[in-house]
Design a protein around this ligand. Structure first.
Ligand code: ADP
Ligand code: MG
Length: 336
């Protein structure tokens, strides 16, 4: 579903690569945790999947397609099949929960009848059926993230990328969000989640890919957040701490560096390609039924399991798209 073939990304010449010699594949239906300190390259990896960031070297494949060969007019179709969830939710502040989800359907020209059925269905799925009329600021962090997940999933994407989705939430709330992502994964969507949430990783016991300084240093099929402490540590002089995971050397650098890096990252992202996303989506928002990439992605999903929803949405794509609501550019303004 996603494959990196010897991918290196260096943002600025002379700088240490953000991602280096990445050779990894995420197969369809997988749930993958990406762990590693801030600055280790997790977000860069995800942004390459969205074609927001181009690799300096190597090739990224999504659904068998070399992303470097996808023309810009097809990028919106690619992104339509990839849901994205962020640590800071990124809801449209002046739109209600219902409208935030509706918007994701409106921009691809989904008929009103389908929208009226799908939005309540999504609100119910995320447990917010009675809060559709609330604005983001009238919702708790966990509820806002549920809306964001509903918005990311309403088009039934093949892939859901979640970049530290529980980073701003308390443990109990984070648990609920994780359950939701697990449910989405169970319904067939490949989920890649970057996280510092040790509890989440250890609870799910899924594939764990750990990055350090742009390199993958660990890839475990059923992993935990931290590598089990080396034998030398366990058998050392610290009987009380012996089973303790805090001993993991890679962990120490992590805590405390998050906040400053997060802000650097978001400002970097803002002037990088987020604007580009809105332009691309704006110009290509009308769905093109003859869109080869999208059809391929849909075909792939159908091969996996035929779902009524997909067929329905495909029908929706086949109709003349009517883009209603404000333009994406306008919304980008709101979002800032
Ligand atoms: P993570 O998500 O694991 O915190 P990132 O992928 O955001 O890691 O960052 C990896 C490295 O690339 C960091 O050193 C970061 O400073 C750098 N970086 C990320 N985005 C940009 C950018 N737009 N321009 C320049 N450097 C960047
Ligand atoms: Mg990041």
């Amino acid at each position: 579903m996603i494959r990196f073939d010897d991918v290196t990304k260096t943002y600025m010449r002379g700088q240490h690569p953000a991602v280096e010699n990445l050779d990894i594949e995420f197969t369809r239906g997988e749930f993958v945790f990406l762990v590693g300190a801030s600055g280790s390259g997790k977000s860069t990896l995800m942004r390459m999947v969205l074609k927001e960031v181009a690799p300096t070297r190597g090739t990224v494949y999504v659904a068998g397609k070399d992303l470097s060969r996808i023309p810009s007019w097809k990028v919106p179709a690619l992104r339509r099949d990839i849901g994205m969830v962020f640590q800071d939710f990124r809801l449209l502040p002046s739109k209600t929960a219902y409208q935030n989800i509706e918007f994701a359907l409106a921009v691809i020209g989904t008929p009103r009848k389908v929208v009226r059925r799908l939005v309540p269905e999504m609100l119910e799925m995320v447990g917010l059926e009675d809060k559709g009329k609330r604005l983001p600021h009238e919702l708790s962090g966990g509820e806002q993230q549920r809306v964001a997940i509903a918005r990311a999933y309403v088009n039934r994407p093949s892939i859901l990328l979640a970049d530290e989705p529980t980073g701003n939430l308390d443990p109990a709330t984070a648990g609920g969000i994780l359950d939701l992502l697990a449910e989405i994964n169970e319904r067939g969507t490949t989920v890649v989640m970057a996280t510092h949430d040790r509890t989440a990783v250890d609870r799910m016991h899924r594939r764990v890919v750990e990055m350090v300084g742009g390199l993958v240093v660990r890839d475990e099929e059923r992993g935990t957040y931290a590598t089990p402490a080396p034998v030398s540590v366990i058998s050392g002089n610290l009987p009380d701490d012996s089973g303790h995971r805090e001993d993991h050397p890679l962990e120490d650098a992590q805590d405390g560096t998050d906040t400053e890096d997060a802000s650097a990252e978001s400002s970097a992202a803002a002037d990088d390609s987020r604007g580009d996303l809105s332009v691309a989506d704006g110009t290509g928002s009308a769905s093109s039924p003859d869109d080869v990439l999208e059809e391929d992605l849909i075909d792939e999903r159908e091969a996996l399991q035929v779902r009524d929803e997909d067929l329905l949405l495909e029908d929706a794509f086949a109709e003349e798209p009517v883009v209603s609501g404000p333009s994406l550019d306008e919304t980008e303004e709101e979002r800032r």
